[in-house]
Structure formats: structure tokens, C-alpha cells
Ligand binder design. Structure first.
Ligand code: NYM
Length: 212
């Protein structure tokens, strides 16, 4: 009998919501429960496309908003064969940001519609679960100064948060909102519960296509 597939679990949220810490803790928790799991993150700055994105984010290069949007999407598409292979092998993938960040960040810029922003990511492997780490921009700011990268400004983060809200109205995506203002362990407990449930359900379902 073919092995049961892994689940595709995505963590989203504004900067400083604790996504990376929670992704790492979730991978460890799943492994302890005997579920093979690995972490991925977007942008994946190690590829040629990822290096172009990284230079842009670090203000070392200029790209038009359209160009960088398509590069972020291409960076996901280039990893689709690996994502599918891992899931088929039974590994659960815990992903730090995905197409939702892509759409939320670009559509927070003037002149970009949600519809236009979604198109390049239509058909990507559909996450079985998207955990949105909810933290107000004010609380995020209390966690210390933003870094030096592009987008790391409170006003822009507020606009991004609004766009995430619109994306969460889409009931074809399995969103779960997590209160990220709780302490690290309580957030982790919530995330693990939802994830174990998603892993069980995904085993018996085919992998979907996003926004199709
Ligand atoms: N970002 C991330 C986008 O603008 N579009 C995308 O598609 C993705 C995946 O890049 N401020 C933004 C959000 C972040 C920045 O992410 C880099 P990180 O997680 O800080 O490396």
C-alpha cells in the first residue's frame, strides 16, 4: 500500500508575530509524535531567484513592484516539485510564509488589487491548514524595533494586516486564527493541536490546488 501523504501546513502573520519560532517548535513536536516533518520558508533565499529577492529586500537592488511580486511567486513554483515529493513520501511540511504573504504584501502597495496579486500563485499546492498568528501591529512594535529591510515599518504592516483580513474571508482555505499575544508555549500548544488534526485528515485526502 502507498504510504500516507504528509500535510502542508503554513504559518502566516505580520512580521514579529513569532512565525519562525513556532515553525521550529512545531517540527520538533511532530517528530516527537513520530510524524516525519520538515520546515521550509519563503522567500527561500538560497536559490538564484531567492538571491534576487534578498538583494531587493536588503535595499541592494531596485525592482518594479510587479517584477518582485512575480519573483516571489516564481520562488514558490521552483520548489513545487520538492514540496510534492516530500508530501508524497509522507513528510509533513511546516512552511514559514507562502502565497498569502505574497498577496498581502504586494496588495498593501498602492494600485494593486487582490485579484491581480493572486493570479501567479493560482494552482500551487494548497495548504491543508493555514495558521494565522494574529498580533496587532502595536503589540508587534512592542517586541522591539523593526529591522532594516524593506516593508519593516508600522504603517505598512498595518496595511498588510488589512489585506490578510480580506484573504481570510476566503472559505476555500482552511484558516485558523491563533492569538499570538499569548506566551510562546500556549501559542505552541494551540498550533500543535490544530496541526495534528490536519495531519490526520490530510492522510486520506488528495493534495488540492490553491485558489482554483
Ligand atoms: N514577502 C514574503 C513578500 O513581500 N512576498 C512574499 O511572497 C513573501 C513570501 O518578504 N517582510 C515579504 C515579507 C517579509 C519579507 O520575509 C521577508 P522573512 O520571513 O522576514 O524572510
Amino acid at each position: 500500500m502507498a504510504c500516507k501523504r504528509g500535510a502542508l501546513i503554513v504559518l502566516e502573520g505580520v512580521d514579529r508575530a513569532g512565525k519562525t519560532t513556532q515553525c521550529q517548535k512545531l517540527v520538533q513536536a511532530l517528530r516527537r509524535k513520530g510524524q516525519p516533518a520538515e520546515m521550509m520558508r519563503f522567500p527561500d533565499r538560497t536559490t538564484t531567484i531567492g538571491k534576487m529577492i534578498s538583494a531587493y529586500l536588503e535595499n541592494q537592488s531596485e525592482l518594479s513592484d510587479q517584477t518582485v511580486h512575480l519573483l516571489f511567486s516564481a520562488n514558490r513554483w521552483e520548489l513545487v516539485p520538492l514540496i510534492k515529493k516530500k508530501l508524497e513520501q509522507g513528510t509533513t511540511l511546516v512552511v514559514d510564509r507562502y502565497a498569502f504573504s505574497g498577496v498581502a504584501f504586494t496588495s498593501a502597495k498602492p494600485g494593486f488589487s487582490l485579484h491581480w496579486c493572486k493570479q501567479p500563485d493560482v494552482g500551487l499546492p494548497k495548504p491543508d491548514l493555514v495558521l494565522f498568528l494574529q498580533l496587532s501591529p502595536a503589540e508587534a512594535a512592542l517586541r522591539g524595533h523593526f529591522g532594516m529591510e524593506r516593508y519593516e515599518k508600522s504603517s505598512f504592516q498595518c496595511a498588510v494586516q488589512q489585506q490578510f483580513k480580506h484573504l481570510m474571508e476566503d472559505e476555500t482555505v482552511n484558516w485558523k486564527v491563533i492569538d499570538a499575544s499569548m506566551n510562546v508555549e500556549d501559542v505552541h500548544k494551540d498550533i500543535t493541536e490544530h496541526s495534528l488534526n490536519a495531519v490526520n485528515i490530510a492522510q486520506n485526502l488528495p493534495l488540492g490546488e490553491l485558489w482554483q
